[in-house]
Design a protein. Structure first.
Length: 171
């Protein structure tokens, strides 16, 4: 019995670390893609990169000229690996291998923003505006956030339950 209790006590820090190691929510981007005064065709690849050269997300157009929701995953600060941008870091957009000059776009956990990507001449171009839609991808991400929150609550409660004494004196 004492060995089992000792084993549980040794495992508690690992459980606590796992409970707090929740990665940041991605920043979601959407917008219009125009190449040489034409809406980009279906299949056009849009990528987002951080300043360290790490690709944090990509999206292949499913309808002409419109992308999103493109999830850009951020850096999990609890790991040694650079998985993406940190809060406040500038991100760059690449369309079919060509860097697109955009206004400075800063990454934030759980952010949502419109970035229109225009390549080539755009004088005289009239853009069709479409309202942003929450895609099924976004719905899945919200479900994952809910699941992570529930797991966090359960593991925190389990840790407290294992550590707190049962009945009797609390000294």
């Amino acid at each position: 019995m004492r060995r089992a209790l000792l084993l549980v006590m040794l495992m508690l820090p690992l459980l606590a670390h796992a409970a707090f190691a929740i990665p940041p929510m991605p920043h979601e981007f959407h917008g219009i893609v125009v190449i040489d005064r034409q809406y980009a065709p279906v299949g056009t690849l849009v990528e987002v990169w951080d300043t360290e050269g790490v690709r944090c997300g990509s999206f292949a157009l499913r309808e002409p000229g419109f992308y999103g929701s493109l999830s850009c995953r951020g850096d999990d600060l609890t790991t040694a690996v650079d998985e993406g941008p940190r809060p406040g870091e500038t991100v760059r957009f690449i369309v079919e291998g060509v860097r697109v000059e955009t206004a400075s776009m800063l990454w934030e956990s759980g952010g949502f923003g419109e970035v229109n990507l225009l390549l080539g001449p755009v004088d005289g171009l009239e853009l069709i505006r479409k309202p942003a839609r929450v895609s099924t991808d976004m719905s899945h991400q919200l479900n994952r956030l809910l699941l992570f929150s529930m797991l966090f609550a359960l593991t925190s409660g389990l840790s407290a339950w294992l550590v707190l004494p049962r009945g009797g004196r609390h000294d």
